[in-house]
Ligand binder design. Sequence first.
Ligand code: TPP
Ligand code: MG
Length: 192
Amino acid sequence: MAALNRREIVAKLLANRGEDLLVVPSLGQACYDCFAAGDSPRTFYMWGAMGGAVPVALGLAIAQPEKRVLCIAGDGELLMGLGALAAAAAEAPPNFAIACIDNERYGETGQQQTATGRGTNLTAIAAGAGFGTTMMVTKEADIAAGVKACRETQGPVFVTFKVDDAPLPAALPPKDGAYLKSRFREAVVGKI
Ligand SMILES: Cc1ncc(C[n+]2csc(CCOP(=O)(O)OP(=O)(O)O)c2C)c(N)n1
Ligand SMILES: [Mg+2]
């Protein structure tokens, strides 16, 4: 297990984000990481919707081709909805990237080991699904290249960051789903 720090990685993924970056973090700790890096109306927190982050982010990327869409997803999240990777690769939006924050654990529910801790390689699965750019980041020196791919490389992009499994303090974003949906919609397409 590499010892990369997930909060540092997510802060780098979201650094200097302008109005053109839309972010969909998967439930639990990915939401906390994004909130800890700075709340934004252009972040659509998934809260408890496990398996929903990639489908939501994919639809958003197709609907908003002028924006960059970054899905920041846990390993458990992605393992729950592997078919979404095939759909994303098949649709192949050039503005779409997935950053997998892989702690090899279902961290939020008590640190149970996931399949990535037992040999499953999500980067290889994404490559097999047809993602044009895939990377596995296990050391500090490669973080910048992984971040750059997520922010700039033509999509679909898939980057796994192997991170420390130490639990971190929660940083809780707003929880009201209707509020989050409305503020996101207003930030992206304006008031209706
Ligand atoms: C359908 C469904 N099953 C189970 C859960 C309970 N649950 C919430 S977070 C979580 C683990 C998420 O793991 P991962 O995506 O790897 O995130 P981590 O906390 O490790 O960053 C689980 C099993 C849920 N919210 N929804
Ligand atoms: Mg995990």
